[in-house]
Design a protein around this ligand. Structure first.
Ligand code: NAD
Ligand code: MG
Length: 384
């Protein structure tokens, strides 16, 4: 069998590293043909030594290009800057989209237009791509396999079932590190506290998104667009154990759920091996040790970002991208200790009220609007 060429965009991140781990056991199916990183040239080189891709991309403007030029295996093609992501896609039959943020949208658009299959982690790309991305998926029929654990669970529960028989999707959320904290405690939350996720080990941006719970709002949007299901049919359920990865209720009130250890290697492997299931070295879930499972309603007072996400979702238009771009700026500022934890929601709310919904008719409108929203939000940050 001819091996499929796979490119990993964001190979040095949490999803990227887990993907390469999974690919070590899939050498007969996949040839790693391209890897990209934003700034970590050292780890990219280490990965290149092991996987020997024909192409390496370093997208960050301030990344250490010299180190890559001097040390890349001989004969490897190198590219720099944002274009490197598109060039990586052009080399592959399948890409793993694992960069952070709307920065992943051009590559996603490229793959859809060129019918290159996508194993999809970068939720912000679907949140911002919205209706246009959905239409492009429909027109081109490009396969998009979810990596996000909740979406993988939904994808698995839907297998062999009819979309029109779905009554509701029960999207589970761990509740993050502040689930049991008081409003006062959350108001004074530090970066270090917010970075301590109880169940999952992930990149910094998504870990903060879990602490504000905007991650769940982004996932409602991701679910809405990926499965083309109205947002009213998606219900967020707080489930602190992170064992039930999501559920689907059908018209006969039967509910299907997917359970497992909180380990991203499971959904990553499923996205890469679909429709098959492969053996792996993941720590299996011990259902007896798990004991009991809990389910709660989300608290909108403590997590205003989730309420803002619902407001954006209701509008079903590009208010979702305003929320996302503002959040990307706010999280970056919070991680650099420029603003406090609750300022993240304040900044997003201000941006949503300032921009309202946007007149978006093309992908270039999205990229232009993102620039405007970022400039507006940066203007609201305290001067350093
Ligand atoms: P991460 O910060 O660990 O890694 C991000 C990767 O993308 C790195 O390789 C980095 O070099 C690259 N990158 C960063 N900024 C970039 C930019 N502007 N342009 C191009 N490349 C850039 O992040 P992560 O936790 O692996 O998350 C990646 C994506 O997957 C996010 O959208 C996140 O929401 C989603 N996701 C992650 C997890 C998880 O377990 N980590 C789970 C579900 C979904
Ligand atoms: Mg998730």
């Amino acid at each position: 069998m001819k091996r499929k060429k796979i490119a990993i965009l964001g190979s040095t991140g949490s999803i990227g590293v887990n993907t390469l781990h999974v690919l070590r056991d899939m050498k007969e199916e996949y040839e790693v043909t391209a890897l990209t990183a934003h700034s970590n040239a050292a780890l990219l080189l280490e990965q290149a030594q092991e996987f020997r891709p024909a192409f390496l991309g370093l997208s960050g403007e301030n990344a250490d290009r010299e180190t890559l030029r001097e040390n890349a295996p001989r004969g490897t093609r190198l590219a720099f800057g944002r274009e490197a992501l598109l060039e990586a896609c052009s080399q592959a039959d399948m890409i793993v989209l694992a960069v952070v943020g709307i920065a992943g949208l051009p590559a996603f658009e490229y793959c859809l237009r060129n019918r290159i299959a996508v194993a999809f982690a970068t939720k912000e790309a679907l949140v911002c791509g919205g209706r246009l991305a959905r239409d492009l998926m429909d027109v081109t029929g490009t396969p998009v396999y979810p990596i996000d654990s909740e979406l993988s669970a939904i994808f698995q529960c839907l297998r062999g079932n009819e979309m029109r028989e779905v009554r509701q999707i029960l999207l589970t959320a761990s509740g993050g590190p502040f689930r049991r904290a008081s409003l006062e405690e959350i108001q004074s939350a530090t970066v270090e506290q917010a970075l301590k996720h109880p169940n999952w080990s992930m990149g910094a941006k998504i870990t903060i998104d879990c602490a504000t719970m905007i991650n769940k709002g982004l996932e409602v949007m991701e679910t809405r667009w990926l499965f083309d299901i109205p947002a009213e049919k998606i219900t967020v359920v707080v489930h602190p154990e992170s064992i039930v990865h999501s559920m689907v209720e059908f018209s006969d009130h039967a509910i299907m759920a997917q359970l497992g250890s909180p380990d991203m290697k499971i959904p990553i492997a499923y996205a890469l091996s679909y429709p098959r299931r492969l053996e792996n070295d993941v720590q299996p879930l011990d259902i007896f040790a798990a004991g009991s499972l809990h389910f709660e309603r989300p608290n909108f007072e403590k997590f205003p970002c989730l309420g803002l996400a619902y407001e954006a979702i209701k509008s079903d238009n590009y208010l979702q991208m305003v929320l996302n771009s503002a959040n990307e700026v706010a999280v970056e500022a919070f991680l650099h200790k420029q603003i406090g934890f609750m300022d993240i929601a304040r900044l997003i709310e201000q941006a949503m009220h300032h921009f309202g919904s946007l007149p978006i008719a093309s992908f270039s409108d999205i990229y232009a609007a993102d620039g405007e929203i970022r400039a507006y939000c940066c203007g609201l940050l305290p001067k350093a």
